[in-house]
Ligand binder design. Structure first.
Ligand SMILES: [Zn+2]
Length: 383
């Protein structure tokens, strides 16, 4: 059985055998891939209320989830992330829906699978897995084994629903990355993991791109791709991709899935200030900085994604952007990311103070009131 890809400009047509993994196949045959846009912020636009669990919409409003996926496929997405970011039992517990973990995750994958398979080309379904929302040992109560088990059961449910790849995102702590990857590993699918470097060039738990490079080499199983998502704006994401590329080398497949600008309160609602033009520029600069998979996080609509697709197709790859290019065209880069760019990896060299719980809590509280509201339960982490 062969899937025939519909010709799209910039795409290499190549048949895929039934035993191929769609995600692996796409990576092997295409110079870059377009991931999709936001889930939470786009669902708000069609009626999701702050504090609701988006995952419950997999049963309550599957048509709206499918319509969102369809809008991204129509805009040219090669990868659809499932509506399962808050799908671990720990996040679902906040909505008293933990007993429905397997059902809600499998449905999330099924809805995306149907849209992907009806597209007429190869579109990979990525099972989204976000943080549990619990602080892990030794700082918090959640043990490695408990976290691993929660991610493993979510991964198996996503696989049962038809996911091609497991997509761990918006992570911030080393312990949770290790538990999520180990848990996802039980499903035997390719694994992608992205962190949110949203605190002066580091995650809110203090991980720098250089730290992530060291962690990535020790993970089991190894990742198919890794990178950065969400965060504090396009300039910071592109600088982060540069810093990840420097640390990890050219053989690692990097993912940039940055927010559509910076979240702002306007008339009591969250807005993102990124225009399609800015996102198109971000996509090209992320590619030249070293990313091979590019998409949008919070605030990114199908309209933005279409502009990114068009920009990438029309783009002739060029030299990596300089810090000055990024500053001039996308906006300021944090002192921490700037110091890392210059080769300074120590916290004393200008990067964030690092793994500091009170700081992490403050960041969570900030995000719970802003972009993360975009997801479930006010636990900070937006996608
Ligand atoms: Zn986001």
């Amino acid at each position: 059985m062969y899937f025939v890809e519909r010709a799209m400009p910039g795409m290499t047509e190549s048949p895929m055998s039934a035993t191929d993994n769609r995600f692996t196949h796409l990576l092997a045959t295409r110079p870059w891939l377009l991931a999709d846009g936001a889930t939470g912020s786009n669902l708000f636009d069609v009626g999701l209320m702050s504090g609701d669990a988006p995952e419950l919409w997999n049963t309550e409003h599957p048509d709206r989830i499918a319509a969102l996926h369809q809008s991204f496929v129509d805009a040219g997405a090669d990868i659809l992330l499932t509506n399962s970011f808050g799908g671990t039992v720990y996040r679902l517990k906040l909505h008293n829906a933990q007993s429905r973990m397997a059902e809600l995750n499998a449905l999330a994958a099924q809805i995306a699978r149907q849209v992907a398979d009806a597209s007429g080309r190869t579109v990979a379904v990525a099972g989204s897995m976000g943080p549990t929302g619990e602080i892990m040992e030794p700082i918090g109560p959640l043990s490695f084994d408990e976290a691993k088990a929660a991610f493993a059961e979510q991964a198996l449910a996503l696989k049962a629903g038809g996911a091609d790849v497991l997509w761990i995102e918006t992570m911030s702590s080393r312990e949770e990355v290790e538990a999520a990857v180990a848990g996802a590993g039980v499903a035997g699918l390719p694994i992608v993991c992205t962190l949110s470097f949203d605190t002066n060039g580091r995650t809110m738990m203090g991980i720098s791109p250089s730290d992530f490079s060291a962690i990535e080499k020790t993970l089991s199983p190894r990742l198919a791709a890794c990178g950065t998502n969400c965060g504090v704006g396009a300039s910071e994401v592109v600088a982060c991709i540069h810093n990840l590329a420097q640390a990890m080398g050219p053989e690692v497949v990097l993912v940039a899935k940055g927010n559509c600008g910076v979240p702002q309160y306007v008339d009591g609602a969250i807005c993102y200030n990124g225009t399609p033009e800015i996102m198109a520029l971000y996509a090209r600069m992320a590619l030249d900085a070293g990313a091979r998979i590019i998409g949008g996080c919070c605030g990114t609509s199908a309209k933005h994604l279409r502009a990114m697709r068009d920009a990438l197709e029309a783009h002739t790859p060029g030299p990596a952007p300089t810090l000055e290019d990024i500053n001039a065209r996308l906006g300021d880069v944090s002192n921490g990311a700037r110091a890392q760019w210059g080769g300074e990896q120590s916290r004393a060299g200008g990067a964030a103070p690092g793994a500091n719980l009170s700081r992490g809590r403050a960041a969570r509280a900030r995000r719970a009131g802003s972009d993360a509201g975009a997801d479930s339960a006010g636990e900070g982490a937006g996608v």
